[in-house]
Write a protein of this length. Structure first.
Length: 244
């Protein structure tokens, strides 16, 4: 029976699913699969609500990509349904706002854990303390895939937030002083849901903008061409998982 939002059946998705927020990015990632999207190997498995999902292979290994939308409420719906459809490895491939010293736009961040400041994760947890954490083996594989590809990465904690345009003057420094590398909007719920289901989850992020006392997201946001190149590098790392 198809899920309510992902109009797909068991077997439509590979065990490994890449999770971009943007449906256009999902389509672009699918063109990297064996044969691209026009070669008859890769197939569209969901387009309901414009949340594109594709399944194919990469170097012969089954892989899917499914867009999640923005924020933990949307991602949670998609991940809950992917788990019902048999997904076993979930890798978020998205963007983040860098706040750690030394981070630059276009850099790659691997999230080891995510501070759950979002509403969806707090709803799941009923307000109880919890540390949403990436799967070590999958994260380790991503790190070494980046290393083999010659792509520098920063590994550490991110904060999953609900508000993109936060007006608080101490917003970035407060979280920077806690050792957080970047803000993003989905990882905490992904890590929680995967842990609850006993499957693997990890998170790769391109730094799309920088937040500090001196610069805002709007002022620092990376150009479209630079972002596309950085996302391409991130996709290369994600697709290499488990191949070496």
């Amino acid at each position: 029976m198809p899920q309510l939002h992902l109009h797909a059946e068991v077997g439509d998705y590979a065990p490994l699913v890449l999770l971009p927020g943007d449906p256009n990015r999902a389509r672009t990632i699918a063109t990297r699969f064996d044969g691209g999207t026009d070669g008859g190997v890769t197939r569209l498995v969901n387009d309901n609500r414009g949340m594109l999902g594709y399944t194919g292979t990469y170097q012969g290994r089954p892989v899917s990509v499914q867009s999640t939308g923005m924020g933990t409420p949307s991602l949670s719906i998609v991940v809950e349904e992917l788990l019902r459809l048999g997904a076993k490895q979930l890798v978020r491939v998205g963007t983040c706002g860098g706040i750690a010293p030394g981070l630059k736009t276009g850099d790659l961040v691997i999230a080891s854990s995510a501070a759950p400041t979002d509403g969806a994760t707090q709803t799941y947890l009923h307000g109880e303390a919890y540390a949403p954490t990436a799967d070590f083996a999958l994260t380790h594989s991503l790190y070494h895939a980046a290393e083999e590809a010659g792509i520098p990465t920063r590994v550490g904690q991110v904060a999953s937030v609900d508000v993109f345009y936060n007006p608080d003057a101490d917003y970035a420094p407060r979280w920077r002083d806690r050792g957080v590398l970047a803000f993003e909007m989905e990882a905490s719920a992904l890590f929680y849901l995967a842990a609850r289901a006993g499957v693997q989850a990890a998170c790769l992020l391109v730094v799309s903008d920088l937040l500090s006392e001196k610069v805002s997201s709007e002022e620092s946001y990376v150009s479209p061409d630079e972002l596309a190149a950085a996302v391409d590098r991130m996709t290369e790392v994600a697709l290499r998982v488990g191949l070496s």
